[in-house]
Design a protein around this ligand. Structure first.
Ligand SMILES: [Zn+2]
Length: 183
């Protein structure tokens, strides 16, 4: 019985959890501190609250590694964002790029994030993900950039609207595709 349990834990442990800030900000996140966890320096630098920093230390004591994402994977992730859109911070991109790196190395990897834009990016890159305090997304959303004044669609690379010349944009979901829950 005991051996069986340990065997199961061994298998479970092979999953690498790549954490974004939500794992440290939300109290439910600390449940993962016994697992194999990694995060990035950008995420660490963005943690503001004392509570988040304390939780971060709990993870470090549990053996979490703080890593830099691979340059090539970062590039690939940025290209995917240009394609699908969505508002993503550098911390978000670094987490997804790190997960992509481990996936390419043939590892079992799960991105932990409550951010729908991050989860959506994971879907388009074929990465598994789970939320911390919320349920995962049930739809894959494609975002488009629109001028807040003219309401015309603007290319994601453009910094100004080609019609009015202003740079006041909003991101709106363009289409929804029903997804099957993966985890
Ligand atoms: Zn405009």
């Amino acid at each position: 019985m005991r051996e069986e349990k340990e065997g199961m834990e061994e298998r479970k442990k092979k999953i690498i959890y790549v954490l974004d800030a939500s794992a440290f900000v939300k109290p439910e996140g600390s449940r993962l501190s016994e697992e194999i966890c990694v995060t990035t320096h950008v995420v660490m630098e963005e943690l503001k609250s004392l509570q988040a920093k304390i939780t971060f230390d709990i993870f470090l004591k549990g053996g979490m590694d703080v890593l830099y994402p691979d340059g090539e994977c970062m590039k690939e992730v940025r290209e995917k964002v240009r394609e699908i859109g969505g508002k993503l911070s550098n911390a978000d991109l670094s987490v997804v790029a790190l997960a992509l790196y481990f996936k390419k190395k043939g590892k079992e990897v799960v991105v932990v994030s409550d951010d729908y834009a991050v989860q959506n990016l994971c879907v388009s890159l074929g990465l598994r993900f789970r939320g911390v305090g919320v349920r995962g997304i049930t739809h894959s959303i494609k975002w488009v950039k629109k001028c807040a004044h003219c309401n015309i669609r603007v290319d994601t690379d453009e910094n100004t609207c080609p019609r009015c010349g202003l740079s006041d944009f909003r991101w709106v979901p363009a289409e929804k595709n029903k997804l099957r829950r993966k985890n």
